[in-house]
Design a protein around this ligand. Structure first.
Ligand code: GTP
Ligand code: MG
Length: 458
């Protein structure tokens, strides 16, 4: 059914080893044409899950290309469920490309991007969510995003979605039974039907709700430090990071560019950005910095609005507050080492509303842990253990939202007493949307789009 494909599976560049992956019905024959084992007897039997030492040669000339280790994974116990051979050669560009050339000359075809993983999906070893998890693991930037991706690769999300789909299939079957054989199968009671659909709909909504947390753990929470000049924004950035990342001086208008760092704060991955102090200024560079700050505020999940305990609240703070209006905010009253009484809570509420307020000193470290905790409290924790499905992928979220909408329509239809064949149409829509997530009902076009994101060799 499939031909035999090959590609370089390791990244370009220099490394200890490079791997050429070969998969398909003729993987062993192709490898046999280019591989000369040091001990011929072993290689002839070729049992799976073994490695063989030897050389790759040019099939035509017999010229030795590289010294290699070859691993054999026999169908169906392999990544693709086909016979797979991986040739471990030296990890230099010339070595891997010459070994690949030899394998292609020996009868394999160069694999398309993602084709190995696609075969694993088509051959039923993994569902679409698991195929996507492979890419998520490779691309993960935080520990948590990798944990979620590994859980997804283990099939936790796919199983959760499949369970919902099966519940819907059962409802659908009952409805269709009563439509096709009205004499033998009574129509399901409206109340009971409504309740069952409602419950499935609620479970889908719960999955959708995990996607906000999922996104943050994947990309990091965007936290932007904002305030008038000289309140200690850059000092706060340094204190939160625990390193002298940004320049700090007594001169207002020190920071002009946006300074951004990834860090773990309050137990969650955070993209922390320090910005230029907000004020009217004739200095063109500073003005550009303030413009950048505005843009950053637009992208922020959370704004740390910094005030100066010594100066109290003035027009500059009101301007900064106006700029961050509508954003989720945490007020940091800084420099409490100089003014321990801080700023009255009433004045802060008047400025920024009912938001968390932390009194801190970026200079001596007082309250910095509390700022971290306030940031951590913004977003829910990931369920521990990786056994609870979490949605991180926008494609999954969109499909779940479509399914939830269809279920809402179906519930509405039952309530209005619409004929069951009309309700069945909505259920079909929900089933299709859920099936797209795991791939049970995904169109070829969707599948193409998913695997097009992979690179060759995955
Ligand atoms: N005593 C005291 N001084 C502080 C504290 N935080 C910052 N400062 C001082 O305040 C001055 C300004 O600090 P920065 O961190 O540069 O302030 P900024 O808000 O980034 O200023 P711009 O970049 O100009 O907008 C420096 O002299 C700091 O040493 C604090 O908690 N206590
Ligand atoms: Mg600064």
């Amino acid at each position: 059914m499939f031909d035999t494909i090959a590609a370089i599976a390791t990244p370009p560049g220099e490394g200890g080893i490079g791997i050429i992956r070969v998969s398909g019905p003729e993987a062993l024959e192709v490898a046999g044409r280019v591989f000369r084992a040091a001990r011929a007897g072993d290689w002839a039997e070729k049992p799976g899950y073994r490695m063989y030492y030897g050389h790759v040669v040019d099939a035509a000339s017999g010229e030795v290309i590289d010294e290699v280790l070859l691993s054999v994974m026999r169908a169906p116990h392999s990544y693709t469920r086909e016979d797979v051979v991986e040739i471990n050669c030296h990890g230099g560009w010339m070595a891997v490309s010459r070994v690949l050339q030899a394998v292609l000359k020996a009868g394999a075809r160069l694999a398309e991007p993602g084709e190995f993983t696609r075969r694993a999906f088509v051959n039923g070893r993994i569902d679409l969510t698991q195929a996507e998890a492979v890419l998520d693991i490779i691309r993960s930037k935080t520990r948590e995003s990798m944990d979620v991706a590994v859980s997804q690769l283990r099939g936790v999300l796919g199983a959760g979605v499949e369970k919902l789909r099966e519940e819907l299939v059962a409802v659908q079957a009952e409805i269709e039974g009563s439509i096709d054989f009205p004499e033998d199968v009574g129509a399901p009671a409206a109340d009971e039907l409504r309740a069952r659909l409602q419950r499935i709909g609620d479970d889908i909504e719960k999955l959708v709700a995990t996607s906000e947390t999922g996104r943050v753990y994947r990309e990091g929470l965007a936290v932007v430090i904002v305030g008038k000049p000289n309140v200690g924004k850059s000092s706060l950035l340094n204190a939160l990071l625990g390193e002298e990342r940004a320049l700090v001086t007594a001169v207002p208008g020190t920071t002009r560019d946006v300074i951004e760092e990834m860090a773990r704060i309050g137990g969650i991955p955070v993209r922390l950005a320090d910005t230029a102090g907000v004020r009217e200024t004739g200095d063109i560079v500073e003005r550009m910095g303030i413009e950048l700050a505005r843009r950053k505020i637009g992208e922020a999940d959370v704004v740390l609005l910094v005030l100066d305990a010594v100066q109290g609240i003035d027009a500059g703070d009101r301007e900064a507050a106006a700029l961050t209006e509508g954003k989720r905010r945490i007020v940091v009253v800084n420099k409490i080492d100089l003014a321990p009484e801080g700023i009255p809570g009433e004045a802060v509420r008047e400025l920024a509303g009912d938001v968390p307020v932390v009194r801190a000193s970026a200079k001596d470290g007082t309250g910095i842990a509390d700022v971290g905790e306030a940031i951590g409290n913004v977003i829910g924790r990931l369920p521990a253990g990786g056994e609870t499905p979490v949605v991180t992928n926008v494609r999954h979220r969109a499909a779940l939202e479509r399914a939830a909408e269809c279920i809402r329509d179906a519930v509405g239809g039952v309530e209005k007493g619409l004929p069951l064949d009309i309700v069945a149409v909505d259920l079909y829509g929900a089933l299709h949307a859920l099936g797209e997530i795991t791939g049970v009902t995904a169109d070829e076009e969707i599948i193409d789009r998913i695997f097009a994101e992979f690179c060759v060799g995955k």
